[in-house]
Design a protein. Sequence first.
Length: 491
Amino acid sequence: MADSTRRRLAVRLSLGIAALAAVCVVRAAVVSPPAFDPGPAPSLPAVDRDRVADDLAAAVAIPTISIPSGGEPAAFVALHALLRERFPRVHATLEVTPIHDHARLLRWRGRDPSARPIILTAHVDVVPVEPGTESSWTQPPFSGSRADGHVWGRGAMDDKLGVVGILTAVESLLAEGFTPSRDVWIGFGHDEEVGGAEGAIAIAAALEQRGVSAEFLLDEGGAIVSGTIPGIAAPIAFVGIAEKGHASLELTTEGEGGHSSMPPPDGAIDRLARALVRIEEHPMPASLRGPSEQMIDRLTSEQTFVAKLVLANRWMFGPVVRWILSRHPATNAIVRTTTAPTILEAGSADNVLAARARAVVNFRLLPGDTVASVEAHIVDVTEELGVTVRCAKKCWDPSPVSRTEGAAWDAVGRAILWTWPDAIVSPSLVVGATDARHYAAVADDIYRFLPLRMTDVDRKRLHGTDERIAIDDLHAAVRFYQALLVTTTGP
């Protein structure tokens, strides 16, 4: 090849690279946050910080552990008696329907019965305290102590905050003579921590029987977090617009058994072990789509320019972005269906070959995947090893994805920004399970957001040791619920 031809090719290549770089730079430079003005905050009733802290502390002191997890029915009876005492206007004005004894469905009738209602939900049950960790708590886990500006105890965050926050907001509006323009339904499940079979599922069925078709539903899920996204200093209000599915798949292998002195090369345990290794080596593919993609789109404008350059040009850097996100457990969970072996069983004696080996692998399904597609993937990966695959007991597909435009989404965003003006409101994917998934038939859009500031340390308190909430944060949560109610059901 002549030197002149080489020079022309080099010039063309350089120009092409320069043009490509220019396109990437321009795309990064024009990224901007969505234009959204929440407008002036509404006038809201005053909230007595000490009173709401006392109310939450009293609720936390009642150990409403989910009954299948060792809780006692009497605790739920006591809690509902407490709520009747502490929120008299709510219980005198709203229609209260017991559901399966310990759950509650409340109806606040609005002025226009033809207008589409809204639904607010929370749950009154809590997880147990891990045996042996009680002494590690700064305050006893069911003391409901008020100390150091916090309310301490199991349920202070998850989710008696939601219960007391909603009831306080409604009680305060009733005291001001407020009547909603449309119906407000409130659902309090009592078994969210164990799946919601008698709580949320039954509440949703009761709503469906009544012909309720809500504009939107708000449940727990996301929160206001700080320090989770490198390069973003502002707190981020993550509003879950969907949650992952769940599949606990049982893998079993069988062999002849016999004495361990003459082991075959492919015993039941051997094949199950190889199957688990193959599953770990062949995870479901990473994909930035749906709620996760919408979250990245929203947060790109808040990043440093270098990060913008990559994130705004995922058409080029998509594989790099997925690889980076896959490297950390928290971000890996938003880009793929995750794989977690959780149970292994085999053998009965140290000198006897197991005739059967069993494992349970838990998958959390990314929207777009299904239980059937995950099961098919596992069967394909392990087909040569004689593994039987079936759903162990808990399998459901990801939830529908709610909209991030329209009146309902804007109302949630306004209530957040009126309460926390420094926050960035972002859609997100909830990687755990909530009661919200059970309400898909009775609400157009479902948003998962608990009005609570959390740090990395606070997140460890959920279901862990030293669960607590700052009284200032509790006050802000009530203001959020007040603002949401006023802006969605006011004149």
